[in-house]
Design a protein around this ligand. Structure first.
Ligand SMILES: *[C@@H]1O[C@H](CO)[C@@H](O)[C@H](O)[C@H]1NC(C)=O
Ligand SMILES: *[C@@H]1O[C@H](CO)[C@@H](O)[C@H](O)[C@H]1NC(C)=O
Ligand SMILES: *[C@@H]1O[C@H](CO)[C@@H](O)[C@H](O)[C@H]1NC(C)=O
Length: 620
């Protein structure tokens, strides 16, 4: 009876996690179940243990156990666990003195992918603070918005990103937000350099009392996601969620002797939680890169004896697009963890780079449901199984792409999609699988909640993703609903782009969407616009607007001028038809423009340009 209880408790616990979804179907890999159970038991222990044992404590234990072991390789430098620990002590003390940061405060990290990101985060954790991880590509309005939702009173940045901070400095100062620079002194008034204080600070451990009140339910991080509408949303990541996500490597049988290659940004959950926090959980070594590079990828892997890599669909494709080399299979990578790889690329990847186990997963930072491919089926994101259905109720429901709403029957309830049919994934919100929501954004949080799904009064998390489950219970990711599209591995929130476009004088209205380009993953930005009375499309002004305010992946590369924009019954702009129309002048009568990065302006889109895109003479 006791055993049964522990097993059930173990299963129940996995709820909070990605891990929850790892149960293989009966008859499959038993060790997998055992591993998941063991992780589930650990999470139970962490929930009960007093004082609370956080990922930081796990790091401190690792630093005590093997201080000399390399934690991070970065651009030819190495930092051991002991060194990173000491450096974070110094940063913590400097921040404590200069910014008076203390338990419960939030600080924004606006830093590139470099080791300082890691030790500054550790420093904040040592002070009991919450870190808001800002995407270093964002600028101006979006950057400011990230502050207002997490309530940070401090931003920590580095020289590289100084321009972006300077641009919004007057507003930051008005709001009483202090700016600290990790590098050398800075002559800009209102920006305080920390480097001297850091180098003079003691590297002795900080008292545990500073974070005595932090519990498993406290907010550890804010991670920003581009949601279905508007500006970035700050997903609340509790310590429980940090633990759960960091177990993913363990669940994939990664060990302390593995070397993990992080080339994804640390401001997203993949790089930070699965990659870095997972590495801490394992006590392993990571190889950190500033930016993904397809040409350097395998050289890096060989140089550092990398055994586990992380990917997104786009990076897999870039690797496969590289010219073939003789030594392609000459590396030690045996495992790849990630999401979004398409079937054809997956197959090609295995053919070219050898026998690498691909662990494709489906999950969202803020979501309450996920899947992982633990079988040997190419192209799936996992399997649905009875246990998962029982403990984490979820369903695919029929969805109307045109209205972008679930289909409802005469009683106002949703309809489950048939086997094999694409539907919207919804996960029941329960104690076991909570949906915590977005900081300072009740409206967006509410939007992700779906009521009256199968019964009046029930409550589900709307993932906004379309999936399909086949006869054999394999799960396939199909697409993201509506307003968000992905390009170069980043989610682009279309209304944010539209807001920027409408700041250009000539543009009256804008409807932004993503279109497919042959040979490219994701969708590239395109906008249908209407012009103000008597105005012509002003190529250089629109270009300036777009380049000044949007990161390159979010810029609409194609613009279509229409006499008027079509709306749905609920005054949402119709995108489906536009997406289907694509960007080719052969299909479209309206005037079309192309963002020419060489000429630094928009130019009329000609068939010639389209050919150059197809032949890859023009790089998108
Ligand atoms: C931490 O908890 C103690 C005891 O409950 C309380 O007195 C103290 O004010 C708390 N500190 C913070 C920063 O919340
Ligand atoms: C990689 O492995 C080889 C052989 O196992 C070893 O000789 C080499 O020193 C290792 N390189 C690094 C950077 O650890
Ligand atoms: C996922 O699919 C790949 C491709 O066949 C397979 O090699 C791998 O074993 C699968 N699952 C896991 C958990 O590795």
């Amino acid at each position: 009876m006791y055993i049964l209880f522990t097993v059930l408790a173990g299963l129940a616990l996995l709820a909070f996690t990605f891990v929850k979804t790892f149960f293989p179907y009966f008859g499959d890999d038993c060790s997998y179940i055992l591993r998941s159970l063991r992780l589930g038991m650990r999470l139970i222990r962490y929930k009960k243990i007093k004082p609370f044992y956080s990922i930081l404590d796990c790091f401190l234990d690792a630093a005590r156990r093997h201080p000399a072991k390399t934690f991070v390789h970065f651009e030819g430098q190495q930092f051991s666990y002991g060194e990173v620990d000491k450096q974070s002590n110094r940063v913590a003390r400097a921040l404590q003195a200069a910014a008076q940061l203390k338990e419960g405060n939030t600080a924004a990290l606006f830093l590139p992918n470099e080791p300082a990101f890691i030790w500054t985060w550790l420093a904040l954790a040592k002070l009991g603070c919450t870190a808001a991880l800002l995407n270093f590509n964002i600028r101006s309005k979006s950057l400011l918005h990230c502050f207002s939702c997490c309530g940070a009173k401090v931003i920590i940045t580095s020289t590289e990103l100084l321009d972006a901070v300077e641009e919004v400095l007057p507003v930051l100062r008005e709001q009483g937000i202090r700016v600290f620079l990790l590098s050398d002194s800075c002559s800009i008034q209102g920006i305080e350099s920390l480097s001297e204080q850091v180098s003079q600070a003691s590297d002795q451990p900080l008292s545990w009392d500073l974070r005595a009140n932090v519990s498993i339910r406290s907010t550890a991080l804010y991670i920003y996601t581009s949601g279905t509408t508007g500006l970035p949303k700050a997903a609340v990541v509790t310590h429980e969620r940090v633990w759960a996500a960091s177990f993913l490597q363990a669940a994939c049988e990664v060990t302390a002797d593995d070397i993990f290659y992080i080339n994804l940004p640390l401001y997203h959950s993949a790089g930070f939680l699965i990659g870095m926090a997972g590495a801490i959980e394992r006590g392993m070594t990571i190889v950190l890169r500033r930016k993904f590079s397809a040409s350097q990828f395998w050289d890096d892997c060989r140089k550092h004896n990398v055994t586990v890599m992380q990917y997104i669909g786009e990076t897999m494709r870039y690797l496969c697009n590289m010219p073939k080399k003789d030594n392609e299979k000459d590396h030690k990578v045996k495992l790849a963890i990630g999401n979004g790889v398409r079937k054809d690329i997956w197959t090609e990847f295995l053919n070219r780079f050898g026998d690498i186990k691909v662990r494709e997963l489906y999950a969202a930072t803020e979501g309450n449901i996920g899947f992982i491919n633990y079988t040997s089926k190419i192209g799936t994101v996992g399997r649905e199984n009875i246990l998962q259905k029982m403990f984490f109720p979820h369903a695919l429901i029929k969805f109307d792409i045109d209205t972008e709403e679930p289909v409802r029957n005469s009683e106002g309830l949703c309809i489950e999609a048939a086997r094999g049919e694409t539907g919207l994934l919804v996960g029941k919100i329960t104690q076991r699988s909570p949906f915590i929501g977005y900081a300072g954004n009740k409206q967006q949080t509410e939007k992700k909640r779906l009521r009256d799904v199968f019964k009046k009064g029930d409550l589900y998390f709307n993932t906004g993703d379309l999936l399909r489950i086949d006869e054999d219970n394999f799960v396939y990711f199909q697409d993201r609903v509506g307003d968000t599209f992905r390009w170069k591995g980043e989610n682009v929130a279309t209304s944010e782009v539209a807001d920027i476009l409408m700041m250009a004088h000539c543009i009256l209205e804008a409807n932004v969407y993503g279109v497919k380009v042959e040979g490219h993953e994701g969708r590239i930005g395109m906008a249908a616009v209407t012009l103000r009375e008597g105005e012509e499309f002003d190529c250089s002004d629109v270009y300036k607007q777009v380049v000044n305010y949007l990161p390159s992946y979010a810029r609409p590369r194609f613009i279509r001028c229409q006499p008027c924009l079509e709306m749905t019954g609920t005054f949402k702009m119709k995108k489906v038809k536009l997406v289907e129309d694509g960007f080719k002048p052969t299909h479209i009568k309206d005037p079309l423009y192309f963002l020419d990065t060489q000429k630094k302006t928009y130019v009329p889109l000609t068939e010639e340009i389209c050919e150059e895109i197809a032949s890859r003479k023009i790089n998108l």
